[in-house]
Design a binder for this molecule. Structure first.
Ligand code: PGA
Length: 259
């Protein structure tokens, strides 16, 4: 369902002690934020630990940063979606760093998305153009490929993250109006109730500019999610987003009618 969501992607950062401190600090500081779902994606090795710190059924949830597409077998080093489902409800698939450094193809992303859905996980599918261009073709094609063979009725069970690769970790966040235009194109592919997030050099200073955009349902935050104070500020901004984004709820009502 379309709702405000902030995802923390810790990538390959933190050791056991600081993962615990970061998770605890975020948990303690977002406890009374309403109107936003917060999903923490720590390194796989700390997934269980972070899940136990943040507890179940609260404002915070955990997700994995990756999963294999098989349920089990002789796949040394891999972790399956069904294993992740024991501790988490979400998994990031198709992040540009997986595509670039681990050779993941659109087909892999599609298989992982299907496997995640089968395991009962919500996939957070990342798409985005590599080079800066004023054109939605690349993310649109990545999303179409990621959703191949998936029945349309499942589209409401996924989250899409539009992450222009040129904006990731560069300090050059994409213009919110540009982001809104691309998300409008991506929305034509998915269910009108699918949440579509933006990611790429988000910080506590620019988070509000996206929260004001009715097309943007949330954020996927990398670097800034490793700093508890910054991340909490971003979550606070999004918990207030309904105040300056009433049309989000109007859109939802229209969605109910049109589906
Ligand atoms: P960034 O990363 O916020 O550090 O740019 C975003 C991401 O890769 O998910």
């Amino acid at each position: 369902m379309r709702r405000p969501i902030v995802v923390a992607n810790w990538k390959m950062h933190t050791h056991s002690a600081d993962a615990g401190i970061l998770a605890t600090s975020v948990r303690n500081n977002v406890a009374d934020f309403e109107g936003v779902s917060i999903i923490i994606c720590p390194p796989m090795i700390w997934l269980t630990e972070v899940a136990s710190i943040i507890g179940k059924g609260g404002r915070l949830e955990v997700g994995a940063q990756n999963a294999f597409f098989e349920a089990e077998g002789a796949y040394t080093g891999e972790v399956s979606p069904t294993m992740i489902k024991d501790v988490a409800n979400y998994v990031i698939v198709g992040h540009s760093e997986r595509r670039e450094y681990f050779g993941e193809t659109d087909l892999d992303v599609n298989e992982k998305t299907i496997a995640a859905l089968k395991a009962g996980l919500t996939p957070i599918i990342c798409v985005g153009e590599r080079k800066k261009k004023n054109n939605p073709d690349e993310p649109v094609s990545e999303l179409i490929e990621a959703l191949a063979h998936i029945p349309k009725k499942n589209y409401k069970d996924i989250i899409v993250a539009y992450e222009p690769v040129w904006a990731i970790g560069t300090g050059e966040n994409a213009d919110p109006i540009y982001v809104s235009k691309i998300i409008t194109k991506l929305r034509e592919i998915v269910h009108s109730n699918t949440s579509i997030l933006y990611g790429g050099s988000v910080n506590s200073g620019n988070a509000e500019s996206y929260a004001k955009m009715p097309q943007v349902d949330g954020l996927l935050v990398g670097g800034a999610s490793l700093r508890a104070a910054d991340f909490v500020k971003i979550c606070r901004t999004w918990s207030l987003s309904k105040n300056f984004k009433n049309d989000l709820f109007v859109i939802k009502e229209e969605d109910e009618d049109s589906n």
